[in-house]
Design a protein around this ligand. Sequence first.
Ligand SMILES: *Cc1c(COP(=O)(O)O)cnc(C)c1O
Length: 299
Amino acid sequence: MPVPPALVPSPVEVLADERLDAAGVGLLLKRDDLIHPDLPGNKWRKLKYNLEAAQAAGATRLLTFGGAYSNHIRAVAAAGAIFGFETVGVIRGEAHDPLNPSLQFAVDHGMRLTYLDRQTYRRKTEPDVIDRLGADFGDFYLIPEGGSNALAVRGCMELAGEITDDFDVICCAVGTGGTLAGIAAGLGPHQRAIGFSSLKGGDFLSDDVAVLQRDALGEVTGNWAIETDYHFGGYAKSKPELVAFVDDFEARHGLRLDWVYVARMMYGVYDLAAQGRFPRGTTIVAVITGPDFEAQTRS
Ligand SMILES: *Cc1c(COP(=O)(O)O)cnc(C)c1O
């Protein structure tokens, strides 16, 4: 099967919406969900330089970590299939039979899965755990959980430079924070970034983003902030308001938002606009960091 090329730069679309007009705010969508069907969105950007580094190091095998529903696990499996690496996915918690659709996708793309109990998973960066994985699977190039490291930040830094329209604020979802760290680092002097945490109790994320920026750039840029009130109960939890928002957005705009990440960010953008938190005349870019994989599975 021929590998479709990555659609980079990803398209930018104007979103016309009367609710944003009323708030005097313009919205552009950066359609990173369209970058590649198997390796979309921020996962493509975060893996790009990691894959180059793995190739340069002569590695033949990638190993990474994630939860059972992780888009990152899925993306590493796809990257392995496309670029010719063996892949190992180390999954938090117990194995379930049958596999859920994301893990089934990973296995279908050649990934070997192994499971760590939650306690061991918490210690996954410690040498004894890493050595054990090396003994079981052979040498590997390690990509951290969520794919967030200095090379991932470098990949995401390229996003803002692809946007030729003027804008003031750029918004993205936050899981581990690598995407926000990179996007903010790539902004012009009068622009700022807002991340929307998909996790409950996401206050620690600001430290994580700062650490990632320091690793990648040697400094922390002061042009970003994280909104922590749009988690809707926590990671991969849902609430009727969020479902209603996703359905309504799809009815108006024909785009089904990924409810785990993108929908929370978009809900937050509309809510901040309604609260008057953006001066009239502000142009916002909302990054569609990935597609709704569930809709793809259903259809
Ligand atoms: C993984 C993911 C995120 C989170 O990115 P981080 O760099 O971990 O913050 C956001 N949106 C989508 C669609 C994702 O798959």
